[in-house]
Design a protein around this ligand. Structure first.
Ligand code: PAF
Length: 312
């Protein structure tokens, strides 16, 4: 069965998903002045994992003009979600499901509240993706990405009392439905609350957070605070969170975190929806997070001054 899928935000992850869904009927959703032509080149690990995956592909997706969609997949930055969806509000009655594949938390509640207030019935789904890619070049009419790391995409209904079920034939390839998307999201938030701000603050690779003693000390302090927050707010985080965060930093050691990439490219970061979300939850529950608050303050300074270096 051919699915109709719109992709809003054709960056690295949107382009990678388009490649996975290339047998389906795809549309580029959103600003028509951005040409929807993309080139995707795959890395070795990706080819090894999917022998039938083309090493290089070009896509020119037709611009969505309100055709009915089985899925509208949003891969914009978290902060742009509500605004981008509001701009296509008139066409939303023709969308069965909205799927957010993004970092961060907070945008889901905003969007669900708005959908409910507007009486829009499309289902809201949330994804955690571990595929990795990056922009390699950009022309007037196209953008080229490298699909660098083969991962997986887990999805689940956003609402607390969900019918977490996708009818047969309606699930796009490469997606897996899970029953515990919220627990996984809190886990990802916890990891991102530690690795992303610290790598941005110290302008370092993920791996340096465990090899550099002063950075490691900070990583452990922040991890403990996030763990305490999660325990008080029933986020169901594992008690070995600090070790797990070290493992992620080591496993992605040669990577620049998405936040550091944003800082280096002069783009706004997603920290409002990562660290900012955690600090808001803490404030509402009157929980003190001194180390995380201090890092947040330093990063606000860092936006207008050179990135500070850690001692030692
Ligand atoms: O945001 C990121 O960069 C990633 O989620 C992670 C896990 C920190 C690895 O770089």
């Amino acid at each position: 069965m051919t699915l109709s899928i719109g992709i809003l935000g054709l960056g690295a992850i949107g382009t990678i998903m388009a490649a996975h869904w290339r047998e389906h009927s795809l549309f580029a959703v959103g600003r028509p002045h951005i040409p929807p032509t993309r080139h995707l080149q795959t890395g070795e690990s990706v080819l090894a994992r999917w022998p039938d995956f083309p090493p290089s592909q070009d896509f020119t997706l037709p611009v969505w003009t309100g055709e009915s969609l089985d899925w509208l997949v949003v891969t914009t930055k978290a902060r742009d979600t509500l605004n981008a969806i509001q701009q296509i509000q008139d066409h939303l009655p023709l969308v069965k499901r909205l799927l957010l594949i993004q970092n961060g938390m907070g945008q889901q509640q905003q969007l669900q509240q708005w959908l409910t207030a507007e009486g829009l019935a499309c289902e809201l789904w949330q994804a955690i993706a571990t595929d990795g890619g990056y922009l390699s070049s950009q022309g007037d009419n196209s953008r080229s990405y490298v699909y660098a790391g083969a991962g997986e995409v887990m999805i689940g209904r956003w609402q607390a009392d969900p019918d977490n079920h996708v009818p047969v034939g309606q699930l796009p390839p490469h997606l897996t439905v899970v029953s515990d998307i919220h627990r996984r999201q809190y886990m990802k938030l916890a990891v991102n609350c530690v690795i992303n701000p610290l790598t941005a603050l110290y302008s370092c690779l993920n791996g340096e957070l465990v090899t550099h003693p002063a950075y490691l000390q900070q990583l452990l302090r922040l991890s403990e605070e996030v763990l305490q927050l999660g325990q008080q707010l029933n986020w169901d985080l594992p008690t070995e969170l600090p070790e797990l965060i070290q493992q992620v930093a080591t496993a992605t050691g040669a990577n620049r975190s998405s936040t550091l990439q944003d800082v280096l490219a002069g783009r706004p970061t997603e920290l409002d929806y990562i660290l900012g979300y955690a600090l808001n939850c803490a404030r509402q529950a009157a929980i003190d997070l001194p180390a995380l608050s201090s890092v947040a303050r330093q990063l606000e300074l860092a936006a207008s001054s050179p990135l500070p270096q850690a001692d030692g």
